[in-house]
Ligand binder design. Structure first.
Ligand SMILES: C[S@@+](CC[C@H](N)C(=O)[O-])C[C@H]1O[C@@H](n2cnc3c(N)ncnc32)[C@H](O)[C@@H]1O
Length: 203
């Protein structure tokens, strides 16, 4: 529930000037950049890693699913800006609820290697055609601390990231299509973790 002391009535002109859509919902949120969530002090158990994702709609959709699946941190190697209006809209606010770190693509391998040192499994999602040594995603033990790596819309996952991964998983499908949309693939992969946890005693 928003703090009523921080609510203000804005004129239609202010709303129209501040909103980026033709027909805004009538509510605007302004917040300082340092109000955004910071990563927890303890190492995360579930990280989503996106390699140069280009499309703001895909990024927003992915962030919304990530929040639903219990992802604790998102690492973005370059790609679309998570704070741009199209991403914020597609994420339905999830972009403001998740700790997101954007970094140079060249910094990502070092971050991933450090995460592996701490015991995290690095899992690359690869399209069926490239699925040499890949397992169907439901065979993976998602209960371990996991970083899931997804590639970009055109080129897929950078080869050096795919090689760094401990595991490669795929979503098998008809060869009539080469791949799934990255956000559609992510929905199956990310939600497999809570699905497996649901079946565990004590979960
Ligand atoms: C549109 S696909 C990229 C297609 C690209 N031509 C390639 O060869 O990887 C974007 C990303 O979504 C994920 N993806 C798409 N379809 C998948 C599938 N069937 N199984 C696992 N991951 C998939 C992969 O991470 C992929 O890099």
């Amino acid at each position: 529930m928003p703090d009523p002391g921080r609510l203000r009535i804005a004129s239609p002109e202010v709303l129209a000037a501040a909103a980026t859509t033709g027909h805004p919902d009538g509510v605007l949120l302004t917040l300082a950049a340092d109000d955004l969530p910071a990563p927890a002090a303890t190492p995360p158990d579930f990280v989503l890693v996106l390699d140069r994702l280009q499309d703001p709609g895909n990024l927003g959709t992915l962030l919304r699913t990530a929040l639903a699946a219990g992802v604790e941190q998102v690492w973005l190697a370059e790609g679309a800006d998570p704070m741009q209006p199209k991403v914020l809209r597609a994420s339905s606010g999830a972009a403001l609820a998740l700790p997101i770190e954007r970094m140079a693509a060249t910094d990502l391998p070092g971050r991933l290697a450090a995460a592996r040192e701490r015991g995290m499994q690095l899992v690359a999602a690869v399209v069926p055609e490239a699925a040499v040594a890949a397992q169907p995603y439901w065979e993976l033990d998602w209960g371990r601390p996991t970083a899931l790596l997804l590639g970009n819309e055109g080129a897929g996952l950078a080869p050096e990231l795919a090689e760094l991964a401990d595991r490669r998983v795929t979503i098998p499908h008809s060869p009539a299509v080469e791949s799934l949309n990255v956000a559609a693939a992510a929905a199956l992969l990310l939600l497999e973790r809570p699905r497996q946890a649901h079946g565990r005693p004590g979960a």
